[in-house]
Structures are given as structure tokens and as C-alpha cells.
Ligand binder design. Structure first.
Ligand SMILES: [Zn+2]
Length: 416
């Protein structure tokens, strides 16, 4: 037997005859429960007062999996109650995916249908809405397209989708012969799974003036029943596929309100309005880049001035002049570079240590081995280093910069 949920999605209470029972698995002669399929989760509800935990297609039957073995028996009449809130959510979310796909038809190139899913993203834990967890879920549609869905395209998809909701298009469904359906270019198929196109007839869901798709799910009768649709984000699940996630209902409303509040707060912090926010951020970034350049230039000048001072204080040892001291704001590479630049001009060895005593850079004219100087320092203060005989560097020292300088002056530089 076939289910009637998709044909009559607003029926949520019904009486049917029990056909077969296998422990907790029940088959009815007719059911309005929707069995999981086509990206839509199974309905919830009760059968003869027992909780229905799952509904699946199995060998041509629709099997209701109950929470416990029922007391009713085959041949008996039972009442089925489908969880109406959950069903309504699924109808709205599902129809919204068709509307979103229809929006995609208008803005995306070489469009193909890549998939749809409500079920996988419905959280199991309790939701934060009065409507329960399902209403907090996300819905996704996978677009097969060569168009890159950037922020403005995503916004356009959202705008068109909500516009189609507002336009109140009728949604209808019918069975049409398979060959006729496959011959129609306007019908969206999930060609990967060939879902819904194996039978003699194909179920076609039409949104007036907007979209036509082969689909076996439950849908609302008019797009206005969907309510607000909010795009949550996009990702790329595979080659040539773009996944767009969205929400309907309370989650859609909350998401929008939250984002508006955050935008307004950010705008206020920048002393502007939301419309001007992108320009204000761009101006701020440009200003930050300029300041960063200025800081770098000033820092260079400070280092230049500091090295000039150290040059004046250079010490004489074994007939060689040693420039030794701390320099702020440079790492091991920076210190080594500046040390290299400092030797040669009446300086035979330059050993620069950062203020925090973490890094060391040493350069020489060649008579003194720079690597040996670094080795002696790291042997005393920890860390490690390496380099060439004329330039070497050390890092990971655990000391005060001044202590390292004193050590170099007292020992390596000849004890002056
Ligand atoms: Zn559908």
C-alpha cells in the first residue's frame, strides 16, 4: 500500500485497520504518517496511543516503528495521530526548499538539483523554542551550479525566496506519466538518486509561476504558509555543489532579529548607521593599515636610534669593537638582520638581545664566530640557536634582556 501523507498533508488524525504486526513494527491498510524519504524526516505521533518513533518504507510497505509492542492486534481498527506541529514544520520547511530552488533558477547559471535535507540537521536535544526541537532545525538545499554564490548572490536568493512567499503562489501536486515528466525540461529532478522517478508515474509538485519539481514530500498549499525564510549560510560539500542552509519559523525570525541587533550595535560603535556600516568598516581597515605602516616606520627609526646609541657605547675587547645591547620589538631574525647591518662600520661584533630576553642576534666581520657567541649565551640562559660563522641567532632564552647583555659584555666580549 502507499501512504497518503503527501497527497493529503493536512490530515493528522485518522482511523485505519491494522494489517500486520511484528513486535513493535506495525503495518496499516492505510496511513497518513509520512515515511522518511526524499530528505524529509519521518513523522512522529501515536498509533493506538503508543508512541511512533520511526516510519520507514520497507519492501513496498510503510512500517511504523513503535516505542513498545502494542496491545492492539491485526484486523483491529486503530487511531493514528500525527504530531501536527512537527508535520507543519516539515511542510513549511520542505516547500521553502522548492521556493529557494525556484529562486536559484532565476540567479544561478547551469543549475542542477543537488539534494535537499531537513532531517540530518534537526537537533536531538531540546530546542529553545516553544515549538520544540524540530522548529529550531536547519534546512539545506544543494545547488549544482557554475555560479559562485557570494554574499550578494546569497542575499538575492533570500530576497527572492521571501518575495515568492509574499506573492502567495498556490502549490499543487499531481501524478503524471514518467516519460512525460522526464521529457519536461522545467521539472527539477534529483538525478543522482533518481528518487521519485523509478515508478510508472512521477509525482510533480508545482509552485504557480515559480518552480516545478519531482517530489514525494509533504507541502503547504500556498507559499504564504511558509512564513519568513532566513538564509543561515553556505558551504561547498563537493565539486560544483553549493549548499545553502536556511531556517523557517521561530529560528528564522530569531536569527534575523539577532543579526539586526548585532548590526545596529556595530554601527553605533562606529558612529554610523547599518546602511553605511560596510563603508565605515572599510574606512576603518584602511586607517588601520595606514597606522600599521606608520608604527612600522617609527619602530624602524627607534631601532636605528637605539643602535646608534649602542654604537657609541661599543666596548673594546682583544682589539675588537663589540656593539652589545637590548633592542625592543624584534624577533631573532630581526635582531640578526639588524646586527648584520651594524657590523663593519668600526664594529667587529654586534650582539643584539630583545628587551624580554627571549631572542638574540649576532653578526661579526668574521674574526669572531657568531655561532659560538650564541652557543655560550644559550648554554647559560637556555634556548637554542644556529646560523653561519658571521651571522647567528638564538631563541627561547629564559632571562632578562639586560642580564644577557651583561653576560655577553662580561664574558664573551672580554670582561670590560
Ligand atoms: Zn518537495
Amino acid at each position: 500500500m502507499t501512504g497518503t501523507a503527501a497527497a493529503e498533508p493536512t490530515v493528522t488524525t485518522f482511523t485505519s485497520t491494522v494489517d500486520r504486526i511484528d513486535s513493535t513494527a506495525v503495518v496499516l491498510t492505510e496511513t497518513y504518517f509520512y515515511a522518511e524519504g526524499g530528505g524529509q524526516p519521518a513523522d512522529r505521533g501515536t498509533l493506538g496511543g503508543v508512541e511512533v518513533v520511526d516510519v520507514q518504507h520497507r519492501d513496498g510497505d510503510i512500517v511504523h516503528e513503535l516505542a513498545e509492542p502494542p496491545s492492539f492486534e491485526p484486523g483491529e481498527s486503530v487511531e493514528g495521530v500525527v504530531d501536527a506541529a512537527f508535520r507543519t514544520y516539515c511542510m513549511r520547511a520542505h516547500t521553502a526548499s522548492h521556493v529557494l530552488y525556484g529562486a536559484g533558477r532565476r540567479v544561478l547559471a547551469d543549475l542542477g538539483y543537488g539534494g535537499f535535507d531537513i532531517s540530518a540537521t534537526v537537533p536531538d536535544d531540546a530546542g529553545d523554542d516553544d515549538f520544540g526541537p524540530a522548529v529550531s532545525g536547519k534546512v539545506r538545499v544543494d545547488f549544482e551550479t557554475t555560479t559562485e554564490i557570494d554574499d550578494s548572490t546569497l542575499a538575492e536568493l533570500e530576497r527572492l525566496t521571501n518575495r515568492a512567499v509574499w506573492e502567495s503562489y498556490d502549490v499543487t501536486w499531481e501524478q503524471i506519466p514518467r516519460e512525460e515528466a522526464l521529457g519536461r525540461e522545467d521539472i527539477a529532478f534529483n538525478t543522482k538518486t533518481e528518487e521519485g522517478i523509478q515508478g510508472e508515474t512521477v509525482r510533480v509538485v508545482t509552485i504557480e509561476d515559480w518552480d516545478v519539481a519531482a517530489c514525494g514530500g509533504t507541502h503547504v498549499g500556498n507559499t504564504r504558509e511558509i512564513g519568513p525564510v532566513t538564509v543561515l549560510g553556505r558551504s561547498n560539500p563537493g565539486e560544483g555543489l553549493t549548499r545553502v542552509e536556511f531556517a523557517v519559523g521561530p529560528r528564522a525570525i530569531r536569527q534575523r532579529a539577532t543579526e539586526h541587533e548585532q548590526s545596529r550595535r556595530a554601527a553605533r560603535a562606529l558612529d554610523t548607521n547599518v546602511a553605511e556600516l560596510p563603508d565605515a568598516v572599510a574606512a576603518l581597515q584602511s586607517e588601520r593599515d595606514d597606522l600599521r605602516d606608520t608604527v612600522a616606520t617609527l619602530r624602524e627609526r627607534l631601532v636605528d636610534a637605539r643602535i646608534a646609541d649602542l654604537r657609541d657605547d661599543a666596548v673594546e675587547a682583544d682589539g675588537r669593537r663589540w656593539l652589545v645591547g637590548t633592542v625592543a620589538g624584534l624577533d631573532a631574525n630581526g635582531l640578526a638582520d639588524r646586527a648584520e647591518g651594524a657590523v663593519g662600520d668600526a664594529v667587529d661584533v654586534a650582539a643584539l638581545v630583545d628587551d624580554d630576553g627571549q631572542y638574540l642576534g649576532v653578526a661579526t666581520t668574521g674574526d669572531v664566530d657568531a655561532g659560538e657567541v650564541v652557543d655560550r649565551v644559550t648554554a647559560e640562559f637556555g634556548g637554542g640557536g644556529g646560523g653561519r660563522p658571521t651571522v647567528a641567532q638564538g631563541g627561547g632564552l629564559d632571562a632578562d634582556g639586560d642580564d644577557v647583555v651583561a653576560f655577553i659584555r662580561d664574558t664573551t666580549a672580554g670582561g670590560d
